[in-house]
Design a protein around this ligand. Structure first.
Ligand SMILES: [Zn+2]
Ligand SMILES: [Zn+2]
Length: 453
């Protein structure tokens, strides 16, 4: 919209006087009042978007004009101003109180529809990943070869640091050697016609040596065999023929991970049911012989103090998850393969919002959960721009909300061949007959590549 404005910033109404039921000076006077209120309301977001108050003033006036007449116009504008004054001041463009009154009413209606939508397996069946899709996206679909759990910890061995790229000897937290690194991601910055790669954590150029953060060296493994060696993979339990099987049809799941002497390991598991109700949220104690190196609090949200309450180890956690997850349960997650890997869970009924909302560059690129939620739900999660931790409960609820949004507003699914029944689970240690595609086996070397963060 091209906006003409007076010196004070008040937008100028540009309509043909002969076609306006209400005299133009009257409308222009109301526009001035409206504009003054939008300016106050948008105080905090105007620096980011200086024309937004003028734009919304004109839209708001038009909205009121369209539903009123010569006699009711003035009162209708005043009513709309009263509504503006009741709104909380937005602190970002995506805040729910940004927009005209009709925009906001529409969003409230949309949210009601979204919240009241009950997700069923019928909605999801089209989105359940095929085995091929799972392999393309790096899911581990079969128990890897080798003896599971034969080497839980790599303490004393040499690994490549996930943070700085140097070789280091794996040591527990107290003894670990110091790593100087950047926790952020590199991005291309263009200033004064010069393109440079900068770090998002500290805005330093990537040519500058050193880092901005100190901590221990840590390592991350992604090869199925390596993960299996640390802690054995196993299938989710088979669906029981018993009518009373307590397993749920649908759950959403999210994990938080920390660095240990056995690589990056799960430290918190959260599960919500299809209505978004929390049904499980537990810290995971490291396996015997595995020591924590770094709680990775910035990304995991897990502090040493909170983690001290962890009682159950991964095996016990898996047993409790069996109560409400069986091989028929549809598990919803964002970049879910990371969660399943860290839980050492082989499961074939998966719905992944990172695939449901594809990145326009295609695989292996994905849009972060945070950005999807912001774009489609107008909500900010993981606030702090990666500087404060996540909550796996909040993230799994957000994932579920995205699925609801997709059911209501997303493209209608293409017919997919009916998924073949889940093959009988192979015995642990069976040779793997299928190899993951190269893209799937490619280790995700950078933290900013999606762990769903
Ligand atoms: Zn940095
Ligand atoms: Zn390092």
């Amino acid at each position: 919209m091209q906006i003409l404005s007076s010196q004070s910033g008040v937008p100028i109404l540009r309509v043909n006087a002969a076609q306006s039921q209400v005299a133009i000076p009257v409308r222009q006077a109301m526009i001035k009042t409206l504009y003054e209120h939008f300016e106050v309301l948008y105080e905090q977001i105007l620096p980011q978007d200086p024309s937004i108050a003028a734009e919304h003033t004109l839209k708001q006036e038009q909205e009121v004009y369209d539903i009123s007449n010569k006699t009711t116009y003035r009162n209708a504008v005043l009513t709309s101003i009263a509504a503006l004054k009741r709104r909380p001041k937005p602190d970002s463009i995506s805040h729910p109180s940004v927009g005209t009154n009709a925009d906001i009413a529409r969003r409230i209606e949309e949210k009601k529809a979204l919240d009241s939508l009950k997700i069923t397996t019928t909605h999801l069946e089209h989105h359940v990943l095929t085995l091929d899709e799972m392999r393309t996206w790096g899911y581990i679909t079969e128990i890897p070869p080798g003896e599971g759990g034969s080497c839980p910890s790599d303490e004393g061995a040499v690994q490549k640091c996930e943070r700085c790229g140097d070789q280091f000897q794996v040591k527990r937290k107290e003894e670990a050697d110091e790593c100087v690194y950047h926790w952020g991601r590199k991005f291309m910055n263009k200033a004064n016609g010069e393109r440079r790669r900068l770090w998002s954590c500290c805005s330093k150029s990537d040519d500058d040596p050193g880092g901005c953060t100190r901590g221990p060296h840590v390592f991350y493994e992604s090869k199925p065999e390596d993960l299996h060696r640390r802690h054995a993979f196993s299938n989710t339990r088979s669906a029981s023929t018993d009518e009373k099987d307590p397993a749920l049809d649908i759950v959403a799941l999210d994990c938080e991970m920390i660095y240990s002497t056995g690589g990056m390991r799960v430290a918190r598991v959260s599960v919500v049911d299809s209505s978004g109700k929390e049904i499980y949220d537990e810290f995971v104690r490291m396996d015997e012989a595995v020591e924590v190196i770094d709680f990775n609090t910035r990304f995991s949200g897990i502090t040493e103090e909170a983690y001290a309450s962890a009682i159950l180890d991964l095996e016990s956690i898996r047993t409790s998850l069996d109560t409400f997850i069986n091989s028929d349960t549809i598990i919803i997650g964002h970049a879910l393969e990371n969660d399943l890997k860290t839980l050492r869970m082989i499961h074939h009924r998966c719905v992944d919002t990172a695939i449901m909302f594809p990145h326009r560059a295609g695989a292996p690129y994905r849009i972060s959960l945070r950005n999807l939620v912001k774009e489609h739900l107008g909500k900010v999660i993981q606030a702090g721009g990666g500087t404060t931790g996540h909550s796996s409960v909040e993230d799994s609820i957000a994932t579920l909300d995205l699925v609801r949004w997709h059911i209501l507003h997303g493209p209608k699914p293409k017919a997919k061949p009916k998924p073949s029944p889940t093959p009988p689970p192979p015995e642990a240690g069976d040779p793997v007959t299928t190899t993951p595609t190269p893209s799937a086996s490619k280790p995700q070397t950078s933290l900013n590549l999606d762990f769903g963060w």
